[in-house]
Design a protein around this ligand. Sequence first.
Ligand code: OKV
Ligand code: MN
Length: 249
Amino acid sequence: MRQTVFIADLHLSDDTPELNRLFAQALGLWRHNTDALYILGDLFEAWLGDDMPDAAAREAAAQIKAFSAHAPVYFICGNRDFLLGERYAAAAGMTLLPEVREITLYGKNYLISHGDEMCTEDKAYLRFRRIMRNKAVQKILLSLPQAWRRKIAADMRAASRRRKGATGLSAITDVSESGVRAALARHPQAAAVIHGHTHRPAIHHHTFDGREVPRCVLPDWHDGRGGYLAVSETGCEMRPLPEKPAEAV
Ligand code: OKV
Ligand code: MN
């Protein structure tokens, strides 16, 4: 059966050779039965401008470009790769979509996003997000020499790791009920929600306006996990990464 594939939170970088191979392998297998691929953000661990992709990002561009000959590829920026722009998207054969988008698949409407905008309890993160998504702030960073950008990013990531180490994985970093309700209020036709970001894969059920609305949370690809959401005529199904056939190893 034909499927539309949704993934997020791979966090690829030059430090994740195993993961980068896994992604290339998944593309090779999806190619045969996939109508479209949606990447819902944080494909990359960091993004400092389309003028300085790391080796992993250059390889991914070639692989996604090859895949795009078989099925269209759509990309929504995450909280890490929010600076990914039209230049890289074109090189990878991807179409950039806005932060939140409603799409129709097999006769049903889906609301798709990275998901961080629905984490409305995490006030500190929302403040950080508002600053980082500001076009003037982005322009300043992108005008800095590459070495400075690398240094700023390394410092910011170290600070973020320290903070996460101190607070752990708390409830406020999850999507909130009110965040979901706000999104559904703006999209009354959406029959289901698909997002990533929280690294808490699940299919939740929300009751909104008398409708039952499933919310599919995509898995991240860390620590030997990974997986994808397959949407087909029969609905949504969370699947583990495809196994490579033995003879192809
Ligand atoms: C992305 C996150 C690092 C979270 C810097 C202006 C500034 C952009 C940037 C630098 C960092 C993205 C682009 C990265 C997300 C982190 C740490 C925590 C919670 C500026 C515009 F500062 F110079 F003004 N950056 N990078 N974090 O390394 O990809 O999302 S990043
Ligand atoms: Mn994220």
